[in-house]
Design a protein around this ligand. Structure first.
Ligand code: NAD
Length: 368
């Protein structure tokens, strides 16, 4: 268990101020999360993961559906006072059980709920993409800074054993000098009515959703920041699913070392792949960034072998992510995937869209 002098001092101070404050400051008390948005991810994926956590627990739910919120609260033993609607959300400031708000809403709502959570004095874990524009990301970072609260983005792959092992192998030079990265992510989006296909809620198409994985992979696998991007979009606008947002988008990133990343996202085929080509070998993951069942190979010296990574420190990537945020709050350290990381991606996302629109390369290291 990680806790230091600061926690002990807080704990000692709380003995003076009373028992409820003591409960809040005890170092090994798991920190309380409020889940905002009881949809596919918040309800079905994240909430069950608290069972795998050491430092985190479910403390509140925020939903537009009162019956669903009551059912989930009852299933998890939450009191009535820990159920919020979007209208009553700001009163979460008075709930000492909630330390961290986890925003699992459609993309265009991330900024609003992050800012409201920070103003309510809560730390924020916000799903990817961080927001729908650079300006919104900057507002979110400023709000959390002003409230002296932590902000982390739900980049779960930084806690996923295959991706961590691939990063370690790449950094250790197992494939030699990395020259080329490929990453494609997509799934078949069948239902034309979903919010992901409505620009006002999603901010964009496959790039805003699955493309974020390809972009992130290019950055964390090379451990470099891109200096230029060239993009091309391919969307059948007669398809009723794609009247507002893009289907397929391809983009090439150039890195300072000379490495190139060729990335893609789409809503019309299933793909989930990361390939790193170095001057001595290759590291390949497929599937690469799934919730589970990922696979990895290392090709070197004319031989190909499947790599099984050592188990991660947490039971699952989701528990690792939740507990990392809790420990960041507890220790005062910045989360490894803070708001700044989300902002970096959003700058590149805006440049990808601009490159596709204007049909030219956009420099990321200077104004073009
Ligand atoms: P979803 O459609 O399943 O759930 C969205 C939730 O938001 C629902 O509870 C819905 O009721 C609520 N909501 C509130 N206002 C809404 C509105 N105006 N329109 C539509 N829904 C509204 O979506 P999801 O798959 O849970 O995605 C939520 C967020 O989580 C997205 O930002 C997505 O990118 C992210 N996500 C991340 C991962 C990951 O692996 N990190 C996986 C899935 C989703």
């Amino acid at each position: 268990m990680e806790f230091g002098r600061r926690d002990i001092l807080i704990s000692a101070a709380s003995m003076v101020v009373g028992s409820s404050a003591l409960a809040r400051a005890t170092p090994d008390r798991p920190l309380g999360y409020a889940i905002v948005g009881l949809g596919g991810y918040g309800l079905k994926v994240i909430i069950p993961q608290f069972a795998n956590c050491t430092h985190s627990r479910l403390a509140a739910v925020v939903s537009g559906d009162p019956a669903k919120a009551r059912r989930v609260a009852a299933e998890h033993g939450l009191p009535e006072r820990s159920i919020y609607s979007y209208d009553t959300f700001d009163t979460i400031r008075d709930n000492p059980d909630v330390d961290i708000v986890y925003v699992c809403l459609p993309n265009s709502m991330h900024a609003e709920y992050t800012v409201r959570a920070a103003r309510a004095g809560k730390h924020v874990l916000c799903e990817k993409p961080m927001a729908v524009s650079v300006a919104e990301c900057e507002t979110m970072i400023a709000a959390c800074r002003a409230a002296n609260r932590k902000l982390m983005i739900g980049y779960r792959c930084h806690f996923e054993p295959f991706n961590l092992e691939a990063m370690r192998l790449a950094r250790a030079g197992e494939a030699g000098k990395i020259r080329y990265v490929r990453s494609e992510h997509g799934f078949v989006q069948r239902d034309p009515s979903v919010w992901r296909l409505k620009r006002a809620l999603s901010g964009g198409g496959s790039l805003m959703d699955m493309g974020v994985y390809s972009l992130q992979a290019a950055r964390y696998m090379t451990n470099e920041e891109p200096i230029a991007v060239t993009a091309r979009e391919s969307t059948d606008r007669r398809d009723p699913r794609f009247t507002e947002v893009e289907d397929i988008i391809d983009w090439t990133l150039e890195f300072p070392s000379g490495a190139i990343a060729s990335c893609q996202s789409m809503y019309s085929a299933n793909q989930n792949h990361i390939l790193l080509m170095g001057d001595k070998g290759r590291i390949e993951l497929e599937p690469a960034t799934r919730y589970d069942g990922n696979h990895m190979w290392l090709g070197k010296d004319g031989r190909e072998r499947e790599v099984t990574p050592p188990p991660g420190p947490a039971k699952t990537q989701f528990a690792g992510q939740l507990d990392h945020m809790a420990q960041s709050v507890r220790t005062g350290r910045e989360p490894i995937v803070s708001g700044k990381e989300g902002l970096r991606d959003m700058r590149i996302v805006e440049a990808i869209y601009r490159s596709a629109r204007e049909g030219r390369t956009i420099r990321l290291d200077r104004r073009t």
